[in-house]
Design a protein around this ligand. Structure first.
Ligand SMILES: Cc1cc2nc3c(=O)[nH]c(=O)nc-3n(C[C@H](O)[C@H](O)[C@H](O)COP(=O)(O)OP(=O)(O)OC[C@H]3O[C@@H](n4cnc5c(N)ncnc54)[C@H](O)[C@@H]3O)c2cc1C
Length: 453
C-alpha cells in the first residue's frame, strides 16, 4: 500500500485551521479540559482543519524538537491532551460522521464525540460500543480500550475498530487495517495515542434499536444488600445486559446507591431478568423502561461535569468477595464531595471472550472493574480528594489484579503502564519502535520504544 504525503515546509505556514497562542482570543478556552485540575500552557495550539494540517504540525514538531500533545474530546483526566510550552494538535474541528448502513460501518473524524455518532447511527437502528457520557471523544476512548453499555454483546470499542487512518511520526498518512498493517491495527486496539495521530476511525456497527434501560436507586443504608444482588446478577448476566453499580450522592445531597442497566435483547425477556432487582428493597427511584439507544447514551451525562476537578484510579477485581465489598462500602462512606462516586462495572460476555493477546487491550477475564472517581469543584478540596482516592486504591489493592485501565488512570510512564498491558507490553514496544522510534508521541500513557528517548 502507498503512503500518502502532503507537502509540508516544516513550519506552520499553510496551516488551514486556527493557530492559537497565549494572548490570542480563543487560547484560554482552547486549553480547558474536562479535568479542571489540569492547568497547562502550550506555546501553540493548532486547531487542525484536516489531515494536511496534522502533517504540518508533526513535521514542524519533529524538525524543531517540540513536544506534541494530541487532543480530541478532552476527557482524559490525566491531562495528556495538553502540555507546557509545546504544541497541541487539536482535533476538535475534525468532527464528522459517515454511515454505511449496508456495510454496517461508520467512519468518524479524529475529533468526533459519541454525541455526534450515536444519534446518526440510530437513524438506521445501528450502534456500536461507546462512552457512557456523550461528550467523550471517540478517538481517545477507542484507542484506550473503550468500555460501554454494549461491550458484553459486541465487545469493547477497540474490538470494533475495523481500520484507522493516522499520521505517523514521519508525517505520512497511512492506513491501519487487517490486510496491510495488522500489527499496527492490533496496537491501536488499546495501545492509546502512542503510534501516531489518528485522523479517522472506521467502526463496526450492529443492529440495536429500542432497549430496556434506566436507573434504580436506593438509600445508602441498603448498600450491602444491593451490592450482593448486583454481584449475583452480574455473574449470571446474559450478553444482552450491561450493568453498573454506583455509590453516589443524589440531587438532594443524600448518599445513595444505584444500579443502572441497559438491556438490548427482547424487551419481555429483559423485564423478567430485571424483575427481582426492581422489586428488591423498594427502590426510591426506578426509571427503567423502553429507551432508544441514543437516549441510553445520554442518561449518565449528568454525572460528567465539565471543568470539575478529578483524580481517578481503577482496578480489575477477579473475585468480588464479601471482604472486597466491605472495603468498597467503608471507603465510599468517606467520599470527599458530593461529586465523588464509585462505579463498579460488570465485565462479561463478548468483551471477555477475546483472548488476552487478541488486541493490545489485555484485560479480558475479570468480571468487575472498580472505578474510583475522586471529583469535586473546590480547589481547596484537592489535597483531601487526591488522598481519598489514593487511600481507597491502597485499601483495595489486595482485591485488585495488578492491571490498570489506561482510560481511567493517571499512569506515568514506566512500570504502571507496563502493568496495564501485561503480556502484550513487549509486542507494543516492538511496534512503537517501528513506527515512532524517537518517541515523538509521548504525551500519553507512554509505551517507550526500545533504546528510545
Ligand atoms: C465524564 C467521563 C466519562 C467517561 N466514561 C467512560 C466510559 O464509559 N468508558 C470508558 O472506557 N472510558 C470512559 N471515560 C474515559 C475516556 O475513555 C478517556 O478519558 C479517553 O481518553 C477520552 O478520550 P478523549 O478523546 O475525550 O480525550 P482526550 O483528553 O482528548 O485524549 C486523551 C488521550 O488520548 C489520545 N488521543 C485522543 N485522540 C487521539 C487521536 N485522534 N489520535 C491519537 N491519539 C489520540 C491522546 O494520547 C490523548 O492525550 C470517561 C471519561 C470522562 C471524563
Amino acid at each position: 500500500m502507498e503512503n500518502a504525503r502532503f507537502r509540508s515546509s516544516g513550519d506552520l505556514a499553510g496551516v488551514r485551521g486556527e493557530i492559537l497562542r497565549p494572548g490570542v482570543q480563543g487560547y484560554e478556552e482552547a486549553r480547558q479540559l474536562y479535568n479542571g485540575m489540569i492547568d497547562r500552557r502550550p506555546a501553540t495550539i493548532v486547531r487542525c482543519a484536516g489531515p494536511d494540517d496534522v502533517v504540518r504540525c508533526v513535521d514542524h514538531a519533529r524538525e524543531n524538537n517540540i513536544l506534541i500533545s494530541v487532543r480530541a474530546g478532552g476527557h482524559g483526566v490525566a491531562g495528556n491532551a495538553l502540555n507546557d510550552g509545546g504544541l497541541v494538535i487539536d482535533l476538535t474541528a475534525m468532527r464528522g460522521v459517515l454511515i454505511d448502513p449496508f456495510g454496517r460501518t461508520a467512519w468518524v473524524g479524529g475529533g468526533t464525540r459519541w454525541m455526534d455518532l450515536d444519534p446518526v447511527a440510530q437513524k438506521y437502528d445501528l450502534a456500536t460500543t461507546g462512552g457512557r457520557v456523550s461528550s467523550t471523544g471517540i478517538a481517545g476512548f477507542t484507542l484506550g480500550g473503550g468500555a460501554g453499555w454494549l461491550m458484553s454483546r459486541f465487545g469493547l470499542a477497540c474490538d470494533n475498530l475495523r481500520s484507522a487512518e493516522l499520521i505517523t511520526a514521519q508525517g505520512e498518512l497511512i492506513s491501519a487495517n487487517s490486510k496491510d498493517t495488522p500489527d499496527l491495527l492490533w496496537a491501536l486496539r488499546g495501545g492509546g495515542g502512542n503510534f501516531g495521530v489518528v485522523t479517522a476511525l472506521e467502526l463496526d456497527l450492529h443492529p440495536v434499536g429500542t432497549t430496556l434501560s434506566g436507573l434504580l436507586q436506593w438509600p445508602r443504608s441498603k448498600a450491602l444488600r444491593v451490592l450482593q444482588a448486583f454481584r449475583a446478577l452480574a455473574l449470571e448476566a446474559p450478553d444482552e445486559l450491561g450493568l453498573v453499580f454506583a455509590c453516589v450522592t443524589d440531587s438532594r445531597g443524600i448518599p445513595a446507591v444505584t444500579v443502572t442497566v441497559c438491556w438490548t435483547g427482547e424487551i419481555s425477556e429483559g423485564e423478567k431478568i430485571l424483575a427481582p432487582l426492581r422489586s428488591m428493597e423498594s427502590p426510591t427511584v426506578d426509571t427503567v423502561g423502553r429507551m432508544r439507544y441514543d437516549q441510553v447514551q445520554t442518561m449518565l451525562d449528568y454525572t460528567g461535569v465539565w471543568g470539575s476537578r478529578n483524580y481517578w484510579r481503577s482496578g480489575y477485581i477477579p473475585e468480588l468477595t464479601d471482604e472486597a465489598m466491605d472495603t468498597i462500602l467503608a471507603n465510599t462512606a468517606l467520599m470527599p464531595s458530593s461529586l465523588a462516586a464509585i462505579h463498579l462495572w460488570a465485565h462479561h460476555g463478548a468483551a471477555n471472550r477475546y483472548s488476552e493477546d487478541a488486541t493490545a487491550f489485555p484485560n479480558r477475564r475479570y468480571p468487575f472493574n472498580l472505578h474510583i472517581i475522586g471529583a469535586w469543584t473546590d480547589p481547596l478540596v484537592d489535597a483531601e480528594g487526591v488522598a481519598w482516592t489514593k487511600r481507597f486504591y491502597e485499601d483495595m489493592r489486595p482485591h485488585f489484579l495488578d492491571r490498570s485501565y489506561v482510560n481511567f488512570d493517571n499512569l506515568k510512564e514506566g512500570s504502571r503502564v507496563e502493568g496495564a498491558y501485561g503480556p502484550n507490553y513487549q509486542r507494543l514496544v516492538e511496534i512503537k519502535t517501528r513506527y515512532d522510534p524517537e518517541n515523538l508521541f509521548r504525551s500519553n500513557q507512554n509505551i517507550r520504544p526500545r533504546d528510545g528517548s
